[in-house]
Design a binder for this molecule. Structure first.
Ligand code: IDC
Length: 522
């Protein structure tokens, strides 16, 4: 019987595997010299059955490793089973399984197979390796990024994995200290990556616990995803959840004031944010400072355009009544009532929209006497149109007094309380306040935070920001960073002159933007 080529090829590969499985202590590839720097790694991986040579007895250590080769070896090391494939490629089942496991995204290696046999870029290889074998390892931005000479050329999408890989000693860079994120890897280099990853004890804690924080709870297993995945949001206990009741975390950017920077709120801008992994956009509609109250129809048109752009791109979107200089929300309650009535009517059938009633009450204002009664009136108005949308409520002292709200909460469903922080100004004290409020059952949402001081400048304070974001991740708390604009202030995510519609590369992001964007999909 003559076997067709399609059947014969896998049989040949299988035969090679079986041959290699019974190899003696050292891998006997005729092109792997016993004295070479990679011989140890290749031997070890061959013995575990993760590695195969070629039918002609060679290993070809200097050949560039393809995406399919890299993923299939990783899959064998991680014990990932194949799933139903889409193409007849020899690695299709493993590629499909890896894609489903979230090791990489569709656009990085499309399941249609055209990149399977192409060299895999180093940044993507490291991401796959870390997600598959060391998913809990994290690297500190400051400590690790300085080790990488060409860090500025690294796409922020790979920050987390590459920093973690350096922290764990999986990657060391070349002799010049460069990582070369877009270059390929030789098969020998890939073997040392695999060996290094296997040598790391996954159970070891990689981050010191911050002494200022109370006992760190287990991380909340929350998913991200957009509106098409999560549907209408709901609040269960203190946790934001999907329509089906699974924990969800929203992460994204706030716009700057619409009266100044609406050019960064269009469809191109929000879809670029989504490309970076965000699933949330906040539209900050200042009421004072030349905003809505002084030019209502022009600003409202900008707001609805921004909200519609976010909806078109599957993001959740916060409509923010951005009170700042008008410290007491009661001072314009009638305008707020009319505005939110109109918005909740307009978006009543749209699961994307969250309503933020008052950005930051401040000055001579009390929770129980002003903000709470204001919120009660606004909530009734919104509920008349949109019975289940999530509503976010601020508190006195620029939305820091959630302890007052916890002592005297509002009644009703799907309500959350905002807390705002700036990493250069606020720290452990406010984090303790969050834990205290949550312990009393208050659902908390960080609808605005910055890497700068509270005035929007200074710093940036990335180490303090990292402590904050780790704290929020542990608790499954959603957040929105201030702000998506190119103003010359350190809290801005874009460098002056960045294109208004994106897409933005590393060099168009500020230090703050690079850090924040790398944390969208923690
Ligand atoms: C700041 C902007 C700054 C602007 C100022 C006044 O960053 O460019 O000149 O407002 O409009 C907040 C506010 C937010 C502030 C931000 C930083 O919600 O409007 O933006 N901040 O100061 N609360 C705490 C800090």
């Amino acid at each position: 019987m003559k076997l067709p080529k399609k059947v014969l090829a896998p049989l040949l590969v299988l035969a090679v595997c079986l041959t290699l499985a019974v190899l003696p202590a050292r891998a006997d590839f005729r092109d792997v010299a016993p004295s070479s720097w990679y011989e140890g790694a290749i031997t070890q991986l061959t013995q575990t059955g993760a590695l195969k040579g070629y039918p002609d007895g060679t290993f070809r250590p200097n050949q560039t490793i393809s995406a399919a080769e890299f993923v299939s070896i990783t899959a064998r090391l991680a014990g990932l089973s194949e799933v139903q494939d889409q193409t007849s490629h020899w690695a299709a089942g493993q590629m499909q399984a890896a894609l489903q496991a979230g090791w990489y995204d569709w656009d990085e290696i499309p399941p249609t197979g055209e990149l399977f046999d192409q060299p895999i870029p180093r940044q993507l290889a490291v991401k796959i390796l870390m997600r598959a074998l060391l998913p809990d390892v994290r690297g500190d931005y400051h400590t690790e990024s300085v080790k990488i000479k060409d860090f500025s050329t690294l796409n922020g999408r790979y920050y987390e994995a590459v920093l973690a890989a350096y922290a764990a000693g999986v990657v060391h860079g070349d002799t010049s200290g460069a990582f070369r994120p877009l270059a390929g890897l030789s098969r020998a280099e890939a073997c040392t990556l695999f060996q290094n990853a296997q040598a790391v004890q996954p159970a070891q804690p990689t981050q010191p616990v911050q002494p200022t924080d109370p006992a760190v709870p287990d991380p909340v297993q929350a998913r991200q995803g957009g509106v098409s995945q999560n549907g209408w949001l709901q609040v269960k206990g203190t946790q934001l959840c999907s329509e089906t009741g699974e924990p969800v975390v929203l992460r994204g950017m706030s716009s700057h004031g619409l009266q100044w920077y609406s050019q960064f709120t269009g469809s191109g801008a929000v879809s670029s944010l989504a490309d970076w992994g965000a699933n949330l956009f906040r539209v900050a509609m200042y009421t004072g400072e030349g905003g809505y109250l002084s030019q209502p129809s022009a600003i409202k048109a900008k707001l609805t355009a921004a909200v519609d752009a976010a909806i078109a791109n599957d993001l959740y979107v916060i409509i923010d009544w951005h009170i700042l200089s008008a410290g007491n929300p009661m001072s314009h309650v009638d305008e707020a009532l009319a505005f939110f009535t109109e918005m909740s009517q307009r978006y009543k059938d749209t699961p994307n929209v969250l309503y933020e009633l008052c950005n930051e009450p401040n000055g001579d204002v009390s929770w129980s006497g002003d903000v709470k009664p204001y919120a009660q009136r606004l909530i009734s108005a919104i509920r008349a149109n949109s019975p289940k949308a999530v509503i976010l409520v601020g508190s006195p002292t620029w939305s820091q007094d959630i302890h007052l709200a916890a002592a005297d909460p509002l009644e009703g469903e799907n309500l959350m309380y905002t807390l705002h922080f700036y990493a250069g100004t606020h720290g452990a004290e406010l984090r303790q306040r969050i834990d205290g409020a949550m312990a009393k059952g208050l659902p908390v949402f960080i609808s605005e935070w910055g890497t700068s001081r509270a005035d929007g400048s200074g710093g940036v304070f990335l180490e303090e920001s990292r402590v904050w974001l780790d704290f929020l991740d542990q608790r499954g708390i959603s957040w929105c960073n201030w702000s998506l604009c190119d103003k010359d202030e350190t809290s801005a995510a874009l460098r002056p002159g960045a294109p208004q519609d994106g897409p933005w590369g590393q060099d168009q992001l500020t230090e703050s933007g690079q850090f924040v964007f790398s944390r969208f999909s923690s």
